[in-house]
Every structure is written in C-alpha cells, then in structure tokens.
Write a protein that binds this ligand. Structure first.
Ligand SMILES: [Fe+2]
Length: 424
C-alpha cells in the first residue's frame, strides 16, 4: 500500500445519508485489509488478537443479526452456522465460538467471508431503500456503524500484532512517516469546579457515555505532551522494571511472570533498541511518544516520576477545552490521514490513547442499550481502566471527549501512551 493509495479517511459529515455512511465505512474495513496476504487473515497469535477474517465476518454478522433478521422479512440468513462463528459474546444471540479458538477455523475461507459481506451489504442497501426507517432502525444502524468503526481500530491493532510479533516483522504500509516532536509548553491547568461529564448529544453516543452528570473536580494539571521514548528509557535505565516499589502488586506479578522489560514492539540488537511500527522498523526515536504501554507500566512510570495518571474526568475536561478551541495552539483530533504511528507529542491530538487512573464503571443513572444490545458495554464494567482521547488508528469522527475506551491493566497491544497529571 502506498501513501497515495490511501483514501482511508473520509469526512463522514459530508455524507448526509446513513446509506452513504454505511457504504463508506464498510468499504474502509475491507480497504484496511487490502495490504494483507491471505495467510495473514487467519492466524490468531494470542487469544486477545482476532484473525482479520473474523473481524470481517463478525462486523457483517452484526448487521445481519441485529437488523436484517429482525426487521427485513424478505431477508434469508446467509448461513445459519455463521452465527456460531461470528457472534462475539452475545448470549442472547445463542451459542458463540470461544474467542481463543477463532484462529483454528480454516473455513469459511476469506473468499467465503467476502461473499458474505457482499451479500449482507446488498441486503442492507435494499433494506435502507425499502422505505423510511423508524427511529429504532436508525439507532441500530448507527450502533452497527460505530461498532464497525471500533473494529477498524481493532483490526489495525491485531494486524500490527500478527505482523510485528512474527520474527520476519513484515511492515504493513511501505511509506515512511515523518514526525514533528517538539514539546508543547508544560502543563494545562484544570480549574476546580463542578463539571458536566458524559454525553448529552441528541445524536448517537454509546450507553457507557451516558448519562451526562455533574462531577466535582479539584485543581490539577495535565501535561500537554505525551511521555517520550527517551523519558521512558530513563525509567528503564533507572531499574524501573526491577524495582517493585514502583509497581502495583498485580503489576509486579505481571512483570515477573512475563519477564517484561520494555514496551511491546521494542527489541534490542547489540546496543541498539528498535521499534516495530506498521510503517517500518526504526532505531528508537527518543523524542517520539512511547507507545503500547500497559496500565501497570503507565502507573509505575508515573509513580517513579512522583506524579500520577489523570482521572477520566480530568482528561475529558481537557479534551473538551481542546475541542472547543480553548487551548491555544491545540486542535482536537489532528489526524494525519494515512499514518498509523504517532507524529506529534500532543496529549490531546488523538495520537495515543491515554491511560487514566479511573476504573471503568457505570455512570450514575446508567442504562444499558435496550434489548439484546444491552450486552454491548455494561457487562464489561469490571477490572478494566478507562483510556481517553483516541489514537492514530481511531476512525475520524468516531471519538470525542466523552468517548470511553477501556482495557485490562496488563493489555498493551492497543495504541496506548502515557500522559501525566499532578495535583496543583
Ligand atoms: Fe464486536
């Protein structure tokens, strides 16, 4: 894939109709897979990384199950067994294949799954053209589209793991990424006060972003720059991974059991540390943000620095200020089309997901999506932490200040970084 072949990001706001958004988003998913060889679509190197073929089938099943089978009487299910294979975790939709075993299935073939996508797509277009959609139809369609966008980011995470953990370390896109890593000035102060947190949009928002509610926040400051490779290296050289005093108990166990000594995708040959990216393998760029960090690592680094991670509320307030243009020189989500590695140090520029110290939990007054989609978010609100701000792999327009991403504290194959905070 070359840079000029990358019509990846479209301005979805230009698409007035959901029909056009549907076509554009579905096209982008298959486009993201286009640099892959056929074997890349099938493997599952670890349980949390799904084969790209599965993502293609699962996002299709979502539209088939939640819309076509329920609301389009003339629709005929493509293959009844596909529900077993491509249902992720919806108990209400019947049995599903175990996540860790997604890579053991050689069939359906990639070609079969492409055919399945086309079949469902053409019926979805027919469904949308068949008459005015009800509010419920529109809502389900928006869930399906946002769901597919989440999987677009997951696809990039999984593709990076599949290619990057293979000793051949093949690259995904053969164009070099430039970067501009000058530091931004210091700390952004958050004034103490009562803030609105969460989404009150009339348009689509995930259930975990609602309801909008009041939160009391004390005075604090958040760094305007992400932690750099160079800074993280200092932590390593100071014995960061061998000094338990910096680590949470579970974090220390994770370091010892997994012999963790550096971020994911770093490796050392002779005296040189290299970093694998989707674009290249490069000697570590000291001034670039450190990437693919677990919560445990982010927390230990902050403790070593005598600082802390921000709460999700603090970070959402900062993102809101950035989105409103209230921060000088800031631009919310300055995505650079076609690049899948951070290009600036901005902590609010959608470069890397920032870990927060907030446990992922329901907001006061939380109500899950109605019906079967109630399983979408609510049941995962246990033992995970919130990340904010989006990353270079997040589809444009998908992530806003209220958006809550969440992962387990040991996970680090997502595009995650560190943004520090302090009480002040
Ligand atoms: Fe999904």
């Amino acid at each position: 894939m070359r840079e000029h072949d990358l019509p990846l990001e479209r301005n979805y706001a230009e698409y007035e109709s959901l029909r056009a958004r549907f076509a554009a988003i579905r096209e982008r998913t298959t486009y993201l897979c286009s640099p892959l060889e056929i074997e890349d679509y099938v493997v599952q190197p670890v349980a949390e990384v799904s084969p790209p073929k599965w993502h293609l089938g699962h996002t299709t099943w979502f539209f088939e199950h939640f819309i076509l089978e329920k609301y389009f009487p003339q629709y005929r299910t493509f293959n009844k067994t596909y529900s077993l294979i491509f249902n992720s975790y919806y108990k209400s939709a019947g049995e599903h294949w175990q996540q860790k075993n997604r890579g053991v299935l050689s069939r359906p073939t990639v070609e079969d799954v492409r055919f399945y996508r086309n079949y469902v797509d053409s019926h979805m277009i027919e469904f949308m053209d068949s008459g005015p959609m009800t509010n419920e139809h529109r809502f389900l369609l928006k869930v399906g589209l946002n769901h597919e966008q989440q999987h677009q980011e997951l696809l990039l995470m999984d593709i990076k793991y599949i290619l990057g953990m293979n000793p051949l370390r093949c690259i995904y896109i053969d164009f070099e990424l430039d970067g501009e890593f000058s530091r931004r000035d210091g700390w952004r102060e958050i004034e103490p006060g009562i803030y609105n947190i969460g989404s009150d949009t009339q348009d689509f928002a995930f259930d975990n972003e609602r309801p909008c509610h009041k939160v009391l926040v004390g005075r604090c400051s958040i760094s305007s720059s992400l932690v750099t490779n160079e800074e993280y290296l200092e932590f390593i050289q100071a014995g960061g991974y061998s000094r338990p005093e910096f680590w949470l108990s579970k974090g220390w166990d994770w370091v010892v059991e997994n012999r963790v000594g550096m971020p994911l995708y770093w490796y050392q040959e002779a005296d040189v540390i290299y970093e694998y990216t989707l674009h290249d393998i490069r000697p570590l760029v000291g001034a670039a943000p450190v990437c693919h960090i677990s919560y445990f690592e982010a927390d230990a680094y902050a403790r070593w620095k005598g600082l802390r991670l921000p709460t999700e509320y603090e970070f959402e307030i900062l993102l809101g200020l950035s989105a409103a243009g209230a921060l000088k020189g800031e631009k919310w989500h300055d995505y650079l089309a076609g690049g899948f590695h951070p290009r600036t140090l901005s902590s609010t520029g959608g470069q890397l997901w920032c870990w927060t110290k907030s446990q992922y939990a329901a907001y006061p007054g939380y109500t899950a999506f109605a019906g079967d989609l109630g399983e979408y978010n609510g049941k995962f609100m246990c033992n995970q932490f919130v990340l904010k701000g989006g990353c270079i792999a997040s589809p444009r327009g998908h992530v806003g200040p209220a958006y809550r991403n969440f992962f387990e504290p040991q996970q680090r194959w997502m595009f995650s970084g560190i943004c520090l905070a302090k009480d002040s």
